[in-house]
Design a protein around this ligand. Structure first.
Ligand code: NAP
Ligand code: SF4
Length: 673
């Protein structure tokens, strides 16, 4: 049992006392605008309030139509919307929680033709060009913020957060990059911060002292023409004077070329920028970005970097994060692995957010809790993500589970993933699975390749086959040549790989293997190395916190990546993380060859052709990353014996197998039994 102190200490913010320092950060889930928004959204937040998080920040709602994130995006500007918000606030309050509405005007990031900005100039991440705001527009927008704040209080929110970071409208005013105005709202720092300060003062006046007012400041812009650390500190002190109760810290603009929250970003790496804000004010400061364990939260508070810690994705991953921290069972926290696969990547592709490690997130009403009325004896064969998820969820429902795993340890493909640079968070996923399996008393049989006959003889009530996948071996002359190796041999270090390497297959695993081969064999980058690799000045002395990109460490190997499809490699990688991988491999000089036809692997290397032209690539090894096939041998044998086994994960469908699908399928099956 691990008892943390600081993070559990109550804190006064304005006139309100929060029961602990853990805050669920704002995150747009798309539940706000999709089907039956109220019930789903209310259940989503209520479960987190029951999980004892000190405060919840809602996803951002625009104060006016030109500030919405996209056509039909969240907007709160009319009393007719009060009731749908009351459903949410009531549910949170009934669960003893507190919730704040975030007001977010997207400025030139708004994907609507009527978008506005301090000055003309399209954002590279938007197709629409903004109209320059007139002084009348600015005054009206202040009133719009005030109207939304008033509506929020009327709807029962405990306060509001004004979104002033990440490159949205208020941040666009504070930065020279986007503010070229020559009137009182531009020019020097004082002019550029005038509009955000007017918004804060007006909102404070409207909502009074009893409601919480948070301002989210951009603590480091990470774009050319951003603010310096001194300017951020000066602005922070004026935000306090203007009436904010808390300052939350944003990191980087959405158009920044520096990753800020992906798994490759070291945990709590932005501490200097946050400390800079804290040193300028006397009100509480909230840290954010890549804080995913209570221990890190504790350390940030104990070391004086911040007073509160905002965690959005970690609360998707485990709604009981705060409660488990209070109970001292932090090893049972289902940790966010910063993959973005089921949250941001789904939001960016117009689906509602959920979570890879917690498929209940955002679908709380689809996954009722409770125990089965008919407890069964169930065999689960395969201790990868599907088998482990099933075992946990079924055991929680009161079933008696025996879990067979042929390897000496649980984990399956996760044991491979954790070897990839930047994927160290997979250790946490394994720790969670193993701890829960242990505490739930699952009978784990390690190193046991259970035969169909053995399972049939044990007469289980149900048999769940989760035997996973086998790597696909391409139909290619020389696929069995000693130069041809599987990605498994590479990631488990079974083979000493040479200096010149070809990779066949450019899916997620092909990219992972390329990164692994380039020499970043350490599982997680150190902060200084991360800053150097991405050209970041963490002290923010230079505008925007950027510095010249230093020479990259010479790549350890020369790598060529191939695929048969005639399209750019990496096109199908996750939207929010694929660009990071591609940028790293580009910098390291990896050659990417689409439209390849593989002919043979022999002593000389890889023979292939592109558009009919034949080539020989002299390489030491060819790594086969050509996807997987289902391993259904056991399932078929059990069926032959007359059993009716259930099948999940890669054993069921191998194509584009991923942990997201495996865990969701396993969880849904477990709650159906
Ligand atoms: P994958 O994404 O399905 O990619 C398989 C690759 O092999 C493709 O590039 C495919 O391209 C090629 N291929 C397929 N059949 C082939 C054949 N017969 N001969 C030669 N090449 C062939 O599978 P994966 O890379 O093994 O990844 C599995 C899953 O793990 C992914 O779907 C992903 O969800 C997950 N994952 C994701 C990430 C990430 O996003 N960073 C990282 C690791 C794993 P062509 O058909 O064009 O040749
Ligand atoms: Fe975290 Fe991945 Fe879940 Fe998103 S999908 S909350 S990044 S674990």
């Amino acid at each position: 049992m691990e008892m943390l102190q600081k993070v559990l200490t109550p804190i006064r913010v304005g006139e309100v006392v929060l029961s602990n320092r853990m805050v669920m950060g704002a995150m747009h889930t798309r539940l706000e605008t999709l089907d039956r928004p109220n019930e789903r959204l209310a259940a989503f937040y209520a479960v987190r309030a029951k999980g004892e998080v000190g405060l919840i920040l809602s996803g951002g709602f625009s104060p006016n139509p030109e500030g919405v994130m996209e056509e039909g995006g969240p907007l709160f500007n009319s009393p007719s919307q009060l009731e749908e918000h009351r459903v949410v606030t009531r549910a949170v309050h009934e669960a003893n929680g507190k919730i704040i509405l975030q007001i977010l005007h997207a400025g030139r990031y708004a994907k609507v033709p009527e978008c506005v900005a301090p000055s003309p100039g399209k954002a590279r991440i938007n197709t629409f060009s903004p109209r320059e705001m007139s002084v009348e527009d600015i005054e009206r927008t202040v009133s719009d913020f005030v109207r939304t704040a008033a509506l929020a209080i009327e709807a029962g929110y405990d306060g509001v957060e004004i979104m002033g970071s990440e490159g949205y409208l208020l941040n666009e005013f504070t930065a020279e990059r986007t503010n070229h105005r020559v009137d009182g709202y531009g020019g020097d720092c004082e002019g550029r911060i005038k509009f955000p300060l007017e918004v804060i003062r007006a909102v404070r006046e409207c909502i009074g002292k009893r409601a919480i007012l948070i301002y989210r400041i951009s603590s480091i812009d990470l774009v050319e023409g951003g603010a310096t650390g001194n300017e951020v500190a000066e602005f922070a002190s004026k935000v306090e004077a203007a009436g904010a109760d808390v300052i939350n810290t944003g990191i980087g603009w959405h158009e920044s070329a520096v990753p800020t929250i992906a798994a490759t970003v070291p945990r709590a790496v932005w501490r200097e920028a946050i400390r800079n804000v804290k040193s300028a004010v006397s009100i509480p400061v909230m840290a954010s970005n890549r804080i995913n364990t209570p221990q890190i939260a504790e350390e940030l508070i104990a070391s004086g970097v911040a007073d509160l810690v905002s965690m959005a994705r970690p609360l998707l991953a485990d709604p009981d994060f705060a409660k488990k921290t209070r109970l001292g069972i932090t090893d049972e926290i289902n940790t966010c692995i910063a993959c973005n696969q089921a949250c941001l990547d789904r939001i960016f592709t117009e689906r509602t957010a959920t979570c890879l490690v917690n498929p209940r997130a955002g679908r709380e009403i689809e996954f009722p809790d409770g125990r089965s009325t008919e407890p069964k004896r169930i065999a689960v064969v395969g201790g990868g993500p599907a088998g482990m998820s099933f075992a946990i969820n079924a055991a929680e429902r009161g079933h008696e589970i025996t879990l067979y795993e042929a390897d000496p340890e649980l984990g399956g493909q996760l044991n491979l993933a954790k070897a990839v640079p930047g994927k160290a968070e997979f250790h946490e996923m394994l720790r969670y699975f193993r701890t829960r399996i242990d505490r739930l008393g699952v009978n784990v049989q390690l190193g046991v390749r259970a035969s169909a006959e053995q399972i049939a003889a044990a007469a289980f009530d149900e048999v769940v086959v989760a035997t996973g996948v086998r790597p696909r071996i391409p139909d290619l002359a020389g696929a069995d040549h000693p130069k041809a190796v599987s990605y498994i041999d590479v990631l488990t270090r079974k083979v000493q790989i040479g200096q010149r390497v070809a990779i066949i297959g450019a899916g997620g695993i092909g990219f992972d293997v390329a990164e692994y081969l380039l020499g970043e064999s350490r599982e997680s980058l150190e902060a200084t190395e991360f800053f150097r690799a991405w050209g970041v000045d963490p002290t923010n002395v230079k505008a925007g916190g950027l510095t010249a990109l230093s020479e990259h460490t010479k790549a350890k190997r020369k790598v060529w990546m191939f695929q048969r499809k005639n399209e750019p490699l990496g096109k199908r990688l996750g939207k929010s993380t694929g660009w990071i991988l591609k940028a790293k491999l580009r910098t390291a000089g990896v050659a990417m060859i689409p439209g390849a036809v593989y002919e043979a692997i022999d002593d000389s290397g890889l023979h292939y052709s592109v558009e009919g032209e034949k080539h020989l690539l002299e390489v030491d090894h060819v790594v086969l990353c050509a996807g997987q096939n289902s391993n259904r041998d056991l399932f078929e044998r059990l069926t032959e014996l007359g059993l009716s086994p259930l099948i999940i994960g890669g054993a069921d469908v191998a194509s584009e197998l991923d942990a997201l699908r495996a865990i969701e399928q396993a969880t849904r099956l477990a709650v159906s039994l």
